[in-house]
Design a binder for this molecule. Sequence first.
Ligand code: COA
Length: 210
Amino acid sequence: MKGLLVAGAGGHGKVVADTASETGRWDAIAFIDDRFESLRKMIKYPVLGKLDDAPGFLGEYKDLVVAIGDNLIRVKLLKNFSDVGFNLPFIVHPTAYVSRDAIIEPGCVIFAQAAVNAGSRIGFGSIINTGSTVDHDCFLGEGVHLSPGVHLAGEVNVGDYSWLGIASSVIQRVSIGRDVIVGAGTVVVRDILDDVTVVGVPGRVIKKSD
Ligand SMILES: CC(C)(COP(=O)(O)OP(=O)(O)OC[C@H]1O[C@@H](n2cnc3c(N)ncnc32)[C@H](O)[C@@H]1OP(=O)(O)O)[C@@H](O)C(=O)NCCC(=O)NCCS
């Protein structure tokens, strides 16, 4: 049997499981989540146990995806699960377009109606959410999250762990640093340094993190 474990049974986890199911690549899909006891009977797919129980399911579930929104935690867990022997596939919804000339690293999920164009690279454990587009020659670091309806023009760089809010967009050849938050609906027209929150049209920095 070819099984997929989805770590994290929240809203994002449900979409990841549904996306995986639509691909037809797995015979069985199940969740693990630390809220195991309360979730067990609530969702469409079985919840087998807590995150620490994962190695016990390696016989039937060799593939694993982490469906946790926090970018740092998602990447850390993916690396831990890889160390104990899980394969980390990337998962692409059948209605998404991914160029054959794009690189998608392990642990990524690409949801319905998204597109990744030629020459782009999506880093380890990144999320390309529903209807987001990544144009040609973009470079996304690890643990990036493009929320639904984000649009990146060509040759955009996004640093590790950055989160772009719903319906934000970035013009061509702009670099966004690491650990950046881009607010919903923001239009980024200039390079953005690390560790800041940017909002508005055009995007302006409103916060710096420590
Ligand atoms: C950017 C964001 C993270 C800021 O959250 P926050 O740190 O809690 O900031 P606050 O809500 O305190 O807002 C600070 C100021 O920025 C403004 N602001 C916040 N988000 C903004 C946005 N997206 N566009 C324009 N202005 C925004 C607020 O109005 C406030 O202005 P004020 O000081 O004049 O009152 C949040 O507003 C946001 O846009 N999140 C994206 C949500 C999303 O995309 N979810 C999809 C999940 S898949």
